[in-house]
Structures are given as structure tokens and as C-alpha cells.
Design a protein around this ligand. Structure first.
Ligand code: ADP
Length: 501
């Protein structure tokens, strides 16, 4: 099948990418101080899509100053919590009204299928903002009865305040550019923080368009600043900045460790949502009619470019061939093409670097004895397409089984003993997600308890909701995104104690 690269671009998006995009600092759209720009590419063609202002440490510094001023002196802190919530709600409404435009931007910049961006990425971001808007009015402290044995007879009124942590640096990846911006901005804004957001250099466009909506919604100047640029320059400067109170990062475990080092200078708070190599366990008593497409979608959704992709598939031996062949059939049916083509179900990988990385893993797998029962190669010679791939003859000593590939490649392994499989599933430095497929409800919940992962899906995969916390065990991260748990990462507790008698 050839790869169709449709030239149809949403007219507003065509206008948006026509001019070099500026950065948002203190409510103004400005060029970088150095005057430099960098290109962002259309991964379906490898051609330059747009030029974007290239922020570095000088721009980060300006943005942090703006965020600091907005936090310490601006109108933001004086807004009532209800006003704050309504602003976030308004942003959600604006985003929803521009769904089509954002779906196009995501598809062009990231490569993902327009149909998926329209059905998943944008609505999930809208929903996240609405969910967080509701929290703005519900962040409460406690009153605490205290005894104080060394002041007999004295009476105190003691309570806690949950206050925003302050200026937050947020560094996001390229796999769900808009949604990751929403996951980060939503709780920061709900809790009353101010933000410097650095989108990934591969996919800055949706964050910049979101910045325009943030201004239109009426957020005061400096509350959200958006500085596109490279990780080693803009990202590193943000992580190390002495006036940033917290850094929230989503990306690779390797860079997560750099962030921790950079943050040590002023001991800023750190939350990390990192890599994964998630086990997906199919027992022989599973409903295979749902487990097979479920396991296929676990790895192929978003081209496998999900930190929680179900990339290590363990199938009970008696159903192994059936399940693996079923997944291979699903893989063959996937329409791979330009994200803008309405028939496309899987677009290109995000970048040439990612294409090389995934192809490198495939070669490594083959050299260690793995066999592809479907896929296994780059697709076409234009753009960054890779065939959906199922590898068998794999084992836990292989690089393809141990390391995160971040592409549409699943390694399938049989198991005989239902007890033996769980230590194998847990045998990873990662612990982001896991799944189990079985009709036995007791076995499902016992397995969920044993699996060392921040999310366990039972008879489903890739189910996300703004109310469900998401984050990693082990080297998959610190802290949680979404749910009310994320609010703890953006607030700090102040104990107030009054002597009343
Ligand atoms: P990937 O390897 O999947 O591209 P990264 O972890 O490299 O993921 O990138 C995720 C985000 O981290 C991007 O916004 C990137 O620019 C940023 N980044 C990369 N290196 C650094 C760094 N040394 N310091 C801070 N941010 C970085």
C-alpha cells in the first residue's frame, strides 16, 4: 500500500503555520532574544512545517521573571477561587470550539491521525481543563485539634492552608503535545501557580496556539508563559533556574535523571512522568475476542509512542499462537499513512531520530534472534513510517524486551505457569502501567495487586480519565498526573496556630 500524503490543510492552521511563531512571555508574543528560530517538521513528508522562535536561557530567565511577578504581585493571586475556576472553564470552552483546528495542528506537527486527534487528544484536553476548573474551589486545608503538653491549660486554634507552590516550570514531550500541555497546565492553574511551559522541540505548535486561547480567555499577563526551544538549552535552563519553585517533567527516564540533578541547586520540588516497558498479560481464560484487539491497540495506539504502551506481551502458552496471530492480523489491517488522510489509522513516527531509534531496535532484536511475524521494517522511503510489528522468539535478556522502544513494536512471549509470570512481568526497571486479561475476577484483582505499576488495566488498555491518577512506580516517575492527587504536587501545606486562651 502506498502512503498518501494529503495536501488538505485546515485554512486557519495554514495561516497559523505560515508565519514564524513567537513565544509567549508576560502576555506578549515576542521573538527570542537571540533572534534565532528553529524548524518543526511534518513527519509524514520530512519537510519543514513551520519556523518557531528558539528560546534559550535568556528567554527562560525573562519568562521566569514574568511568572514570578505574576505570582507575587499580579492580579492572579487576588482572583477568587471561583474566578480562577471560571477562567479555566472558559479556556476549555475555547479549546472545544477550536477542536478541528487543534486536531489538524496535532496531526501535522506530530504525525498522528487526524481522526484520533479529533476523537481523543483534543476532547481529553478539554475534559482535563473542565475537571481541574472544578477543583479550583475545592482545595481545602483542615482544622486540627492539638494538645501541646508543655503548655498545660492553653487553648489553640490550629489549621492548615494549602497554598500554591509558586512558579512552576513544565517540560513536556512530543507524543501527545496538546494533552500533555493540558495535564500540566490544568492543575497548576487550578491551584493558583504561575507557569513557564516548554513544549518539545518536535511539536511546539499546539502549545503556542493554546497560548493564544489562554490570552483570549483572560488569564492575566505572566500567569502562563510558553518558551519553545531545545531540551539541552531552554529545558535545562528551566530545570536549573534558581527562581523556579517546582519542575514538572514528562519524558524519558534518562532526561528525568538530568532534571533531578539540575533541580538540586535550589532544591525545587520535582515531579516526573517517565518511560515504561509495560507488561500485558493474557491468560488462557481471557475473552480472546476482546483481548486480541485490546492487546493490539495497547501497543499500536499512537504508533506505540506512549510511555504506557503494552510492549511486553505475555500470553499463556495454550493460546499463544492464536493470540499472536490474531494481533498480527490486526496489525495487517491498520491503515498506515499521512495523519491528514481520513482513512489513516496510524501515522508516521514523530521524527527522523525516532525512526532511526525504532529501526535500530528492530535490527538489534533480529540480531539477537527475534523474528517478526508481521512488520519489522520502515514503510516507504518518504516520511517516518514504520510497519506495525509483532516480534516472537524473544526473551527477557534481549534489549528489545528490556528497553523502551517507543514505536509500534510488541515483543510476545509465552508462559506456562500463571504464578511464574508475575515476577517476570515485574522484572523491569519501569513500573508505569500493566494489564491483565482474564474472565476470572479473583485472578484479575489478585494480579492487579501483585503488578508493580502505577496503573493496572483489567480487560482493557489505554483507558484515561481526568479523574484517574496516572504515574509511575520505580523508574517510571515521581508523583501523579490527573485526579485530585496531582493537586498535592502543586500545593504546599502551611500550618497556622493561634493561641485562643
Ligand atoms: P524523547 O527522548 O522521547 O524525545 P526527552 O526526554 O528527550 O524525550 O524529551 C522530553 C522533553 O524534555 C522535551 O521537551 C525536551 O526538549 C526536554 N529535554 C530534553 N533534554 C533535556 C534536558 N537536558 N533538560 C531539560 N529538558 C530536556
Amino acid at each position: 500500500m502506498g502512503i498518501a500524503v494529503s495536501p488538505q490543510i485546515h485554512p486557519q492552521v495554514a495561516d497559523f503555520i505560515d508565519k514564524p511563531r513567537k513565544m509567549l512571555i508576560n502576555g506578549q508574543w515576542v521573538n527570542s532574544i537571540s533572534g534565532k528560530t528553529f524548524p518543526t517538521y511534518n513527519p509524514a513528508t520530512g519537510e519543514v512545517l513551520a519556523q518557531v522562535a528558539e528560546g534559550d536561557s535568556a528567554d527562560i530567565d525573562l519568562a521566569v521573571k514574568a511568572a514570578r511577578k505574576a505570582f507575587d504581585q499580579g492580579p492572579w493571586r487576588k482572583l477568587t477561587v471561583s474566578e480562577r475556576g471560571r477562567l479555566i472553564w472558559k479556556l476549555a470552552d475555547l479549546l472545544e470550539q477550536h477542536t478541528e483546528e487543534f486536531a489538524y495542528i496535532e496531526s501535522l506537527d506530530n504525525g498522528k491521525a487526524l481522526t484520533i486527534a479529533r476523537a481523543a487528544d483534543v476532547p481529553l484536553a478539554v475534559d482535563l481543563f473542565r475537571y481541574m476548573a472544578g477543583w479550583a474551589t475545592k482545595i481545602e486545608g483542615n482544622t486540627i485539634p492539638i494538645s501541646v503538653p508543655y503548655t498545660p491549660g492553653a487553648k489553640y486554634l490550629a489549621y492548615t492552608l494549602r497554598e500554591p507552590i509558586g512558579v512552576v516550570g513544565q517540560i513536556i514531550p512530543w507524543n501527545f503535545p496538546l494533552l500533555m500541555a493540558a495535564w500540566k497546565l490544568g492543575p497548576a492553574l487550578a491551584t493558583g501557580c504561575t507557569v513557564v511551559l516548554k513544549p518539545a522541540e518536535q511539536t511546539p505548535l499546539s502549545s503556542l496556539r493554546l497560548g493564544e486561547l489562554i490570552t483570549e480567555a483572560g488569564f492575566p499577563d505572566g500567569v502562563v508563559n510558553i518558551v519553545p526551544g531545545y531540551g539541552e538549552t531552554a529545558g535545562a535552563a528551566l530545570a536549573a533556574h534558581p527562581d523556579v519553585d517546582k519542575i514538572a517533567f514528562t519524558g524519558s527516564t534518562e532526561v528525568g535523571k538530568l532534571i533531578v540533578h539540575a533541580a538540586a541547586g535550589n532544591l525545587k520540588k520535582v515531579t516526573l512522568e517517565l518511560g515504561g516497558k509495560s507488561p500485558n498479560v493474557v491468560y488462557k481464560d481471557a475473552d480472546l475476542d476482546t483481548a486480541i484487539p485490546g492487546a493490539a491497540s495497547a501497543i499500536f495506539f499512537n504508533h506505540g509512542q506512549c510511555c504506557c504502551a503494552g510492549s511486553r506481551l505475555y500470553v499463556e502458552k495454550s493460546v499463544f499462537d492464536k493470540v499472536v496471530e490474531g494481533i498480527a492480523e490486526e496489525a495487517k489491517k491498520i491503515n498506515v499513512g499521512s495523519g491528514l488522510d481520513p482513512q489513516t489509522e496510524m501515522g508516521p513516527l514523530v521524527s527522523e531520530e525516532q525512526l532511526r531509534r525504532v529501526c535500530g531496535y528492530l535490527e538489534s532484536g533480529f540480531s539477537e534472534g527475534a523474528k517478526a511475524i508481521v512488520g519489522g521494517h520502515r514503510k516507504g522511503d518518504k516520511g517516518y513510517f514504520v510497519e506495525p510489528t509483532v516480534l516472537v522468539n524473544t526473551n527477557e535478556d534481549m534489549k528489545v524486551v528490556r528497553e523502551e522502544i517507543f514505536g509500534p513494536v510488541v515483543t510476545a512471549m509465552p508462559f506456562t505457569d500463571p504464578e511464574e509470570i508475575l515476577p517476570r512481568a515485574n522484572n523491569s526497571e519501569y513500573g508505569l502501567a500493566a494489564a491483565v486479561w482474564t474472565k476470572d475476577i479473583s485472578k484479575a484483582h489478585r494480579t492487579a495487586e501483585i503488578l508493580r505499576a502505577g496503573t493496572v488495566w483489567i480487560n482493557c488498555y489505554n483507558i484515561f480519565d481526568a479523574a484517574l491518577p496516572f504515574g509511575g512506580y520505580k523508574q517510571s516517575g515521581w508523583g501523579r498526573e490527573m485526579g485530585h492527587e496531582v493537586l498535592n504536587n502543586y500545593t504546599q501545606t502551611k500550618a497556622v496556630c493561634t493561641k485562643v486562651a
